[in-house]
Ligand binder design. Structure first.
Ligand code: THU
Length: 136
């Protein structure tokens, strides 16, 4: 699974975004250590707070299927239409990643297209993060 393929899966997932309130459409594609890819989109709610981000949709799908180890996630987010910006994961999603990923190794790819993207480790995005090791 190449970075380009993972971004393509995130772009496709973004088409399912349910975002009638913000109009901000996000898609994610999460590569598990098993080799399987789990996609997600943001799902909003009329009561607002139940809204879930695309990244967490992908993680919760994967974890609920038994996955526990992850390699990378691709994220694409922008107002409806063409992707015009790099939308980095929110703090809550970074914390969910911290639960299941090695921060030094897990790669977050944020893309505008299959050609235009940036990537960081989770450690870059959540320095000195609190995770399962703290409770060991
Ligand atoms: N959103 C995501 O899906 N991922 C993020 O990391 C940031 C925000 C969604 C939530 C909401 O539906 C919309 O983008 C605007 O905040």
């Amino acid at each position: 699974m190449s970075e380009r393929e993972l971004i393509a899966a995130a772009l496709l997932a973004r088409e399912s975004s349910y975002s009638p309130y913000s109009g901000f459409c996000v898609g994610a594609a999460l590569l598990a250590q098993s080799g399987r890819v789990y996609t997600g989109c943001n799902i909003e709610n009329a009561a607002y707070t139940p809204t879930v981000c695309a990244e967490r949709t992908a993680f919760f799908k994967a974890v609920s299927e038994g996955e526990r180890g992850f390699v990378a996630i691709a994220v694409v987010g922008s107002p409806a239409g063409n992707v015009t910006q790099l939308a980095w994961p929110c703090g809550v999603c970074r914390q969910v990643m911290m639960e299941f990923c090695d921060p030094q190794r897990f790669t977050v790819i944020v893309a505008k297209s299959e050609e235009e993207y940036e990537k960081r480790t989770l450690a870059d995005l959540l320095p000195e993060g609190f995770g399962p090791d703290n409770l060991a």
